[in-house]
Design a protein around this ligand. Structure first.
Ligand SMILES: Nc1ncnc2c1ncn2[C@@H]1O[C@H](COP(=O)(O)OP(=O)(O)OP(=O)(O)O)[C@@H](O)[C@H]1O
Length: 230
């Protein structure tokens, strides 16, 4: 579904992503782990087209999208939940969700399922995004990314700064979305237990390279937790 081949990315003279290759399959959660500054966010931004790639290929359903602009990738079916959520604090919850539908016709409704997945968004529909708690904002950011019905959902550290009960809710939603087998999910995460619970496949990054990979069920046996704490 998502095929990344030989991806290289630079900030000025710094070589940030080094020849990355991996596949993310439909119905699976692909977890990307690694310590601060190894290039995880840069990888997701490259997948989304927020930063241009230098060389390499990014294919969705066999079609190259590595040179496309972010909005074109959204149209193709990529949903993005950025680090820090980036919701619009002055807009209402409803308008934030509508942002996820921006490229569709004005009459396209917010999918009712959004409120089944995240009932709190229904309760808060007329509140401003900035009035929501961190966890509620994260749910809003995921709802916004899901609004257009993506085939690939990319999440950048959705547990960051969020209380445990909401982390559980978010984990349940991610698992449920993967199990429907309609989308591939790529999740960057530093919270090891959350990552291990959700991973069908894992990749560990170190200084812009993938240094370990395998099936989620093998993470413990392969010492991934220890790898993260070295
Ligand atoms: N806009 C930028 N310009 C120059 N260097 C950058 C820029 N953004 C990130 N970097 C550098 O690129 C490297 C990778 O950063 P990146 O944010 O992708 O790492 P990360 O693994 O996501 O870390 P974190 O978990 O802290 O978000 C770091 O050395 C960082 O300092």
């Amino acid at each position: 579904m998502l095929n990344v081949e030989g991806l290289n990315q630079y900030y000025g003279g710094s070589h940030i992503l080094r020849n990355l290759s991996f596949e993310a399959k439909i119905g699976e959660v692909t977890v990307i782990l690694g310590r601060n500054g190894v290039g995880k966010t840069t990888l997701l931004k490259s997948l989304m087209g927020v930063v241009p790639i230098k060389t390499g290929s990014i294919k969705l359903d066999g079609q190259e999208m590595g040179k496309e602009r972010p909005y074109e990738r959204v149209k193709r079916g990529v949903g993005y939940v950025p680090q820090g959520r980036e919701i619009f604090g002055r807009l209402t919850v409803e308008d934030n969700l509508r942002m996820g539908l921006a490229y569709k016709s004005g009459s396209t409704p917010i999918p009712p399922e959004t409120f089944e997945l995240f009932p709190v968004l229904k309760q808060m529909i007329n509140r401003r995004g900035g009035d929501l708690s961190g966890g509620q904002q994260q749910q809003l950011a995921i709802g916004r990314a899901l609004a257009a019905g993506p085939k690939l959902l990319i999440l950048d550290e959705p547990t960051e700064g969020i209380q445990p009960s909401i982390i559980k809710d978010i984990g349940r939603v991610i698992r449920m979305l993967a199990d429907r087998k309609t989308m591939a999910i790529v999740l960057v995460e530093q919270y090891y237990d959350f990552a291990e619970e959700l991973a069908d496949q894992y990749l560990v990054m170190e200084r812009g390279e993938i240094i370990a990979r395998g099936r989620g069920s093998e993470m413990q046996a392969n010492g991934v937790r220890e790898l993260m704490s070295i």
